[in-house]
Design a protein around this ligand. Structure first.
Ligand code: NAD
Length: 498
């Protein structure tokens, strides 16, 4: 992919409206996913940088105007952010593709979704109301919603720009001020946010970024006493570390974690659509997608035929340079991640799964983290490739005999993020969707999002939900004020009977 013009030589923190290096001067190299060559340095934040960012955010919260603005005024700024994102969608997509290896067309889609995140939460807060309760003529209780304070936002490297906005939009809409800690492998697109926020009129200190390694910058944010809530998206094991760190200050946590989602295909489904959904569901976004349908469960009567069609489609997925509009599957994000995904290909082969597509670097791509769309058939539920999140373009296929076995296989994992069910029998579809333990299920569809709905997982896939008013609930405290409007009876302790 051609190097985009005007790449920054160094990516800095953004604290109190200013781009700043780390206080101690530390930085790390940021490699390009195709060549592996570092193309810029990134400020490596530590506790002191986090403390400076939290100080700025805290001051903007207690002394600034942002939390007290009427929702309409905040919404105007959020729409301006969305405008600013839309006006540079090509640039966002170009930088995202360059830094993450995502195909450019999909990166552009993610930029549009990022703008939509701001528009959605702008509209939502304007329409938000607070509850009131009446007890006869004696008491009225009303709820006051207040932003919680400085929100700590920790994001992963897959779709980094969109996922940052998924947290920024509701936290800012709710009136919080924020410190964002982007993933260390993909800091580039976040470097556009300072200009976007400033152009839109976000006051200094309301939005801050501290770059750096998770164990340093991320952990410092989790440990900071003036950050009452952490919204985290990333691996389940990291989520567990964060929960332990957050316990010290009893922080509110929203945890969007890993997945190993089943895509269940019954013989009576529209098999052409099911095939489209299954292929897109696991190979889009390079397979680096938390809701990827990475376990395809197929009814035995159509198994051989479906596996053959799936294998053919996978072999025909266009693997190529992230910047090429024809590319459907780009370069994996980092050499280490590529090695990890490849190790799962080895594991699958060693476990005796049948490789029917991919499994290695396509012949026409001599360098870079490229892996052909990979399909393992005859995968059994005991295999590690069935159980563990691979987070790359690798899918397992397993046959099932009947509905009960399909449900049992779907649930035979520690994860419970998403599920996809394909059947022509709607009653069965509802039944199976309900029986699968997942935070979200799609029936006869791939992952089409509705931002109003609760997003999150069960089991080891997460804790809490964001999306719609659930996000606003997370970023606000709801306090209740009880008012005596009559004379509620008060027992008169200490008054003598005589
Ligand atoms: P990761 O857990 O390695 O890192 C995520 C973020 O946490 C990064 O910013 C990292 O620097 C930070 N971090 C790491 N250690 C930390 C610590 N000790 N304290 C504080 N912060 C720390 O995850 P990743 O590899 O960047 O992302 C891939 C994972 O994210 C996959 O498991 C995927 O399923 C998951 N994911 C989940 C969702 C969802 O909505 N459920 C969405 C996208 C990705």
């Amino acid at each position: 992919m051609t190097r985009p013009d005007g790449l920054p030589a160094q990516i800095l923190h953004f604290i109190d409206g200013k781009q700043v290096p780390s206080i101690g001067g530390a930085s790390f190299d940021n490699p390009h996913p195709v060549t592996g060559q570092p193309y810029c340095t990134v400020a490596a934040g530590g506790p002191e940088d986090v403390a400076a960012a939290v100080r700025a955010a805290r001051a903007a919260f207690t002394d600034g105007t942002w939390p007290g603005l009427l929702p309409r005024a905040r919404a105007r700024v959020l729409h301006a952010i969305a405008d600013a994102i839309e006006s540079r969608d090509d640039r966002i997509a170009e930088l995202e593709a360059w830094d993450t290896g995502l195909p450019i067309t999909q990166a552009r889609g993610q930029a549009h979704r990022a703008a939509e995140n701001f528009r959605f939460f702008a509209d939502l807060v304007v329409g938000l109301h607070e509850d009131a309760f009446r007890v006869g003529d004696e008491q009225l209780s009303y709820v006051v919603r207040q932003p919680k304070g400085v929100a700590g936002l920790i994001t992963p490297w897959n779709t980094p720009f969109m996922l940052a906005t998924w947290k920024l939009a509701p936290s800012l809409a709710a009136g919080c001020t924020v410190v964002l800690k982007p993933a260390e492998w993909t800091p580039l697109s976040a470097s556009l946010l300072p200009q976007i926020m400033t152009e839109a009129g976000v006051p200094d200190g309301v939005f801050n970024i501290v770059h750096g390694l998770g164990e340093q910058a991320g952990a410092a944010l989790v440990a900071h006493p003036d950050v009452p809530l952490i919204s985290f998206t990333g691996e389940t094991t990291t989520g567990q570390v964060i929960m332990r760190g957050a316990a010290e200050h009893l922080k509110a946590l929203s945890m969007e974690l890993g997945g190993k989602s089943p895509c269940v295909i019954f013989a009576d489904a529209d098999l052409d659509r099911a095939l489209d959904g299954a292929v897109f569901g696991v190979f889009s976004l390079n397979g680096e997608r938390c809701t990827a349908g990475s376990r395809i469960l197929v009814e035995r009567s159509i198994y051989d035929d479906f596996v053959a069609r799936l294998g053919q489609r996978a072999r025909d997925v266009t693997v190529g340079a992230p910047g090429d509009p024809a590319t459907q599957l780009g370069a994996l994000v980092h050499r280490d991640h590529f090695a990890r995904v490849m190790s799962y290909v080895e594991i699958g082969l060693a476990e005796g799964a049948r490789l029917i597509a991919g499994g290695g670097r396509p012949a026409h791509l001599a360098e870079g983290n490229y892996l052909g769309a990979t399909v393992f058939a005859d995968v059994t539920p005991q295999m590690r490739i069935f159980q563990e999140e691979i987070f790359g373009p690798v899918v397992c296929v397993t046959p099932f005999a009947d509905e009960a076995e399909a449900i049992a296989l779907a649930n035979h994992t520690r994860y419970g993020l998403a599920a996809y069910v394909w059947t022509g029998d709607l009653r069965r579809g509802h039944r199976v969707a309900r029986a699968i333990q997942s935070g979200m299920a799609w029936l006869n569809s791939h992952n089409v999002r509705d931002l109003r709905t609760p997003f999150g997982g069960v089991k080891d896939s997460g804790l809490g939900h964001e999306g719609g008013h659930h996000s606003i609930d997370f970023y606000t405290d709801q306090r209740v004020i009880h008012v005596a409007v009559g004379d509620p009876r008060t027992p008169r302790f200490g008054v003598r009977a005589d």
